[in-house]
Design a protein around this ligand. Structure first.
Ligand SMILES: Nc1nc2c(ncn2[C@@H]2O[C@H](COP(=O)(O)OP(=O)(O)OP(=O)(O)O)[C@@H](O)[C@H]2O)c(=O)[nH]1
Ligand SMILES: [Mg+2]
Length: 203
């Protein structure tokens, strides 16, 4: 996949602030600090399109990014919009913030018309947490296409990766989990492929 352009569009907390519907959207969900922004940057092949931080709960708004991509032979171009969502499970955050998160995410996931797919990221080192299972079921119950990704897999030895992927797929009760690392940049093409299946093919 060749990324022709990638740019920040805007931040939003509520529907009135969302950008006007454009390309199909893909939302990145997952626990705080799991690597959502890093995953988005790896896909975009940009170092710091979305802000990455060691401090959990860095992304507090829904951040929208527009990308133009082409296949490796540049025979077809596509547009996609990424929505980087604030993470869940930030236990030390105040209760009111949790409620704010809930409202912000719920409004987006339930009401956003151009939303084509949800990427749910799971920490490949830690394994699937109850909140991850809840997130996957919630996305499915809304009728959204859910793509599951195990990230930070570079932390595991090669021999343990497959085993961990199978375990996470079992816990999440999904047929496929994409093995991913933003750090070592593997799984990027696999994830692009899964994303573009949820895109209309432009002629
Ligand atoms: N080893 C390793 N570290 C990673 C990977 N992806 C992200 N990280 C690290 O994990 C931390 C959090 O990454 P972010 O991309 O900011 O995570 P996030 O999910 O966007 O976090 P919030 O926006 O706070 O919810 C950073 O210190 C990253 O460098 C990965 O694939 N491998
Ligand atoms: Mg983030």
């Amino acid at each position: 996949m060749i990324v022709l352009s990638a740019e920040f569009v805007k931040s939003a907390t509520q529907p009135s602030e969302y950008p006007a519907p454009g390309a199909r959207e893909v939302a990145f969900c997952g626990r705080s600090n799991v690597g959502k922004s890093s995953c988005l940057n790896a896909l975009a092949a940009r170092k710091s399109l979305a802000r990455v931080s060691r401090t959990p709960g860095r992304t507090r708004l829904i951040n929208f990014f527009d990308l133009r991509v082409a296949d490796d032979r540049r025979t077809r171009e596509d547009e996609v919009r990424f929505a980087d969502l604030p993470g869940y499970g930030f236990a030390s955050g105040p209760k009111s913030e949790t409620k704010q998160w809930q409202q912000m995410i719920e409004a987006y996931l339930t009401g956003r018309e151009p939303l084509a797919a949800l990427v749910v990221l799971v920490d490949g080192d830690l394994g699937a947490q109850p909140s991850d299972i809840e997130m996957v079921r919630w996305g499915e119950s809304l009728g959204r296409k859910v793509i599951t990704v195990a990230t930070k897999l570079d932390k595991l030895s090669r021999s343990r990766r497959k085993q961990q992927i199978d375990k996470i797929a079992g816990r999440l009760a999904v047929p496929e989990v994409i093995a991913f690392s933003a750090k070592e940049r593997f799984g990027v093409e696999d994830l692009w492929r899964a994303l573009l299946v949820s895109q209309p093919q432009s002629s």
